[in-house]
Design a protein around this ligand. Structure first.
Ligand code: PLP
Length: 413
């Protein structure tokens, strides 16, 4: 499937917001825990169990270190989806006598939105806050949404589509002042930028290993143990693992891999964001100098280093992706079985359905190089030019007949 072209190997992976490869050094740490050190960490009566338990506890400490919390505050899960479910449903059930109102945003991941929708069917009330044109939530809106019966605020740290970072510390301050628990889905943030649960004043935080060079199928939920001590009703019943918070035999190689990925992220936390930001700016500059009528989505500065989300006017989303088959990127359309829906995140920041479909998310990561960025930039420009040559409305605008009038705001960031 792979072929070499100029200085790059095809296909090029530029979809690191969807998933990342397991880093080789992470895989080497995981390797012994499949066949040799295969013990069950819950086995207390022999060394096979002790060896596995020791590895899982070291990994727990590594995850905790990256988040700035205690190891005992980490609950292993199968990923951020489960962590979000456990946080929101767990708090909703534990505090139902206190109140039934939850505050979240319109641009959360489905794991948060669909969990909230289920709770609505069960008698809870949810406020879905809007975002501005850069995808930012106004902390004042959060404060205004808080009621006497509000039990939880859940706002993501970084958006998976447009890369916008939310003012988590400001929202944390508001949550604390009103005595409302605060959860953040930090699946896209953990390992990419430095964070501390105390600086943010969050009470619950979801993370996922496969978004930061660890394996798929493992994640973690941070649950604050003191001031306040967060109560959770477990969503998985069984052997009482994880202090009763999440039953089920642990995915030992997965936990070990997540720990190693966190240690790796910590070592690279100074260098990777700088490198990725430069690569992203390089790609943005190339697109901007080669094309007109494009729009960069997400916040100009408050954004994930490796994320670039661009809308191209006068092209069809489908044909664009088809033309870029040798480049792995995501589009502004969510393919749910048969139908193709425009991204609700792009609609929430004010794009129309057409433009949402004609959008591409580039997710730069550890493996990407300047050569790859240059190759991708050139291919995109080439294909947009070709597709636009077939568009009558683009021709009319070029000739000044003015179908739409002004070009898209070409903002710098
Ligand atoms: C990927 C992702 C999830 C889901 O994580 P899984 O570990 O794949 O279940 C949740 N929230 C955000 C923001 C994500 O990017």
């Amino acid at each position: 499937m792979q072929s070499t072209h100029m200085a790059v190997t095809l296909p090029i992976y530029m979809d690191h917001m969807a998933t990342t490869p397991v880093a080789p050094e992470v895989f080497e740490v995981m390797r012994p825990y499949f066949c040799e050190r295969f013990g069950n960490p819950a086995s207390r009566s022999h060394s096979f169990g002790w060896v596995a338990e020791e590895a899982v506890e070291l990994a727990r400490a590594q995850v905790a270190r990256l988040l700035g919390c205690k190891a005992a505050e980490i609950v292993w899960t199968s990923g951020a989806t489960e962590a979000n479910n456990l946080a929101i449903k767990g708090v909703a059930a534990a505090y139902r006598e206190k109140g039934r109102h939850i505050v979240t945003s319109q641009i959360e991941h489905h794991a948060v939105l669909d969990t909230c929708k289920r709770l609505e069917r069960e008698g809870y009330e949810v406020t879905y806050l809007p975002v501005d044109q850069d995808g930012r939530i106004d902390p004042a809106d959060v404060e205004r949404a808080i009621r006497k019966d509000t039990i939880l605020i859940s706002i993501m740290a970084a958006n998976n589509e447009i890369g916008t970072l939310q003012p988590i510390a400001e929202i944390g301050l508001i949550a604390k002042r009103h005595g409302v628990l605060f959860h953040t889905d930090a699946a896209q943030y953990v390992g990419k930028l430095p964070l501390s649960v105390d600086d943010w004043q969050v009470d619950l935080l979801s993370a996922s290993a496969h978004k930061c060079y660890g394996p798929k199928g493992v994640g973690a939920l941070y649950v604050r143990m003191s001031r306040p001590r967060v109560k959770l009703v477990p969503q998985m019943d069984g052997g009482g693992h994880e202090k009763g918070r999440r039953s089920g035999t642990l995915n030992v190689p997965g936990c070990v891999g997540f720990g190693a990925a966190c240690a790796l992220a910590e070592r690279e936390l100074e260098t990777q964001p700088v490198r990725l930001r430069l690569l992203r700016e390089r790609l943005r500059n190339e697109l901007e100098s080669g094309l007109d009528y494009l729009r960069f989505n997400g916040h100009p500065t408050e954004r994930l280093p490796g994320n670039l989300n661009v809308s191209f006017e006068f092209v069809e989303g489908e044909s664009l992706l088809m033309a870029l088959r040798e480049i792995a990127v995501s589009s502004g359309s969510a393919c749910t079985s048969a139908t193709t829906e425009p991204s609700y995140v792009l609609l929430a920041i004010g794009l129309n359905v057409e433009l949402a479909h004609a959008s591409i998310r580039f997710g730069l990561g550890r493996s990407n190089t300047e050569e790859e960025v240059d190759y991708v930039g050139a291919r995109v420009i080439e294909n947009i030019d070709r597709l636009r040559a077939l568009s009558p409305s683009y021709e009319m605008v070029r000739e000044g007949i003015g179908v739409k009038g002004t070009p898209w705001n070409l903002r710098a960031y």
